[in-house]
Write a protein of this length. Structure first.
Length: 434
């Protein structure tokens, strides 16, 4: 029997909540630790979520030692005895980001074999840009039977690579592989997300020579070896944005402790358009929701510095109760509106045409039994439940739990009436202790 999250709507959220470390940056940095052929890498401010545990298992199956601090927020990684070039298939199938070990393992061992990745079903996310980049660095590739096998017996060599789309994963994989390559690699049309910048800063702390990370032109000068270091991951802009929207959709007043204003600007500017008040303070950001209904707006999800696709669903939940009609377009993934049918069970009104959804705001939502179809869709349904009249029961919660640290408990601390229970209705489950 699985578990579900129950949300009783109608409570105005208020207070202070701490923002956890970035999920995506943490996953990339853990993969990057594979590059250290000497010393131990210690990573702080990791979110305690399922995806981090899965990535740690990927590394362990490669022969790497991974241990966590008692609170789960720091990891100690010793990759000096990297013994296997092949990632465990059953683990890779659970987490798309595990494909990011391809570049580091190839750089260290001159060969790697990784299964085609799994993860959320939100549309086509081909790995061809990863492969194009590694091929340009001199790798021989064989992508058949559900696997990608790469080898570079003479080592990787620097090259100029143009990405047809600024893919975060491809930029990360190529940057990590090139860090131990010979000569200089330039990535044109590189992804510019804060997670890319954080990974670059981590690799520099290990001894890499990287310039322009976080911009559209990224340069890597290869070095002979990298060593372990101590590093603290940036806070998660997507979690911060989601918590801010929880304040907005309930007309609340929430301070996001640790939120990085620069990383959140594409989100907070849209919040302001929708009638939320956003104030940047020394230690974070305060978000105050409107006294009445939010204002409608147009929203287009694009690669950074555009509005992040991972915030599209949560923001759409807010727009479902806006006073007017909004238009939401996602130019990153083509299958990210499946969750709207679940929001429809709560009274939301939306029409979808390809990558665009027209959202007609309604005065009220009502609680319903809904199913989280992927990580960010689950967050949107959770937010809608905070606003809805009555009780919302969210099933398939494994998606939410693998990406947000203690979200139920964080919202409880702000005044939300929400809890976990087993789906048989047999009682409330234990609290997250992170």
């Amino acid at each position: 029997m699985g578990q579900r999250i129950v949300i009783v709507g109608g409570n105005r959220l208020a207070g202070t909540v701490s923002v956890s470390g970035s999920k995506n940056a943490s996953l990339a940095i853990i993969a990057g630790a594979i590059l250290a052929s000497e010393g131990v890498t210690t990573i702080h401010n990791l979110p305690r979520i399922g995806d981090i545990a899965t990535m740690a298992d990927v590394l362990r199956h490669l022969g790497i030692s991974v241990s966590f601090s008692e609170d789960g927020h720091s990891a100690h990684i010793d990759a000096t005895n990297l013994t296997s070039h092949e990632a465990a298939t059953e683990i890779v199938a659970r987490l798309r980001a595990s494909f990011w070990v391809l570049g580091p393992v190839l750089a260290r061992l001159k060969r790697a074999r990784v299964a085609q990745p799994g993860g959320c079903n939100i549309g086509a996310r081909p790995v061809d840009l990863h492969l194009k980049g590694l091929q340009a660095l001199g790798a021989r590739l064989d992508a058949t039977h559900g696997y990608v096998a790469a080898e570079a017996p003479d080592g990787l060599r620097g090259a100029t690579i143009y990405l047809d789309f600024p893919s975060v994963g491809a930029t990360m994989n190529i940057m990590m592989a090139a860090a131990l390559g010979e000569g200089t690699t330039m990535i044109e049309n590189a992804a510019q997300e804060p997670d890319i910048e954080d990974l670059g800063n981590f690799l520099i702390a290990m001894g890499a020579r990287i310039h322009g990370h976080g911009t559209g032109v990224l340069t890597v000068e290869g070095v002979d070896r990298l060593r372990g270091c101590e590093y603290r991951v940036v806070t998660d802009r997507i979690e911060a944005g989601t918590l801010g929207l929880a304040a907005g959709i309930t007309g609340g007043d929430v301070f996001l402790d640790g939120a990085n204003p620069a990383h959140l600007r594409p989100i907070t500017l849209k919040m302001a358009e929708a009638g939320l008040k956003v104030k940047e303070e020394a230690r974070g950001i305060r978000v105050v929701g409107p006294a009445g209904r939010p204002r409608p707006t147009r929203l287009t999800a694009l690669p950074h510095p555009g509005f992040p696709t991972d915030m599209q669903q949560a923001f759409t939940a807010l727009l479902c109760v806006a006073d007017g009609t909004s238009v939401v377009t996602d130019k990153v993934y083509e299958n990210r509106f499946r969750y709207l049918s679940e929001l429809g069970k709560m009274g939301a009104v939306a029409e979808v045409d390809g990558r665009t959804a027209v959202i007609t705001g309604v005065p009220r939502l009502t609680g319903a039994d809904v199913e989280g179809t992927d990580l960010r869709a689950s967050a949107a349904l959770f937010l809608a439940g905070l606003r809805a009249e009555g009780q919302t029961r969210l099933s398939e919660t494994q998606h939410l739990e693998r990406g947000y640290e203690c979200l139920v408990e964080k919202l409880q601390g702000l005044g939300a009436e929400t809890w976990r229970e087993d789906e048989s209705g047999g009682g409330r489950l234990a609290l997250c202790s992170a």
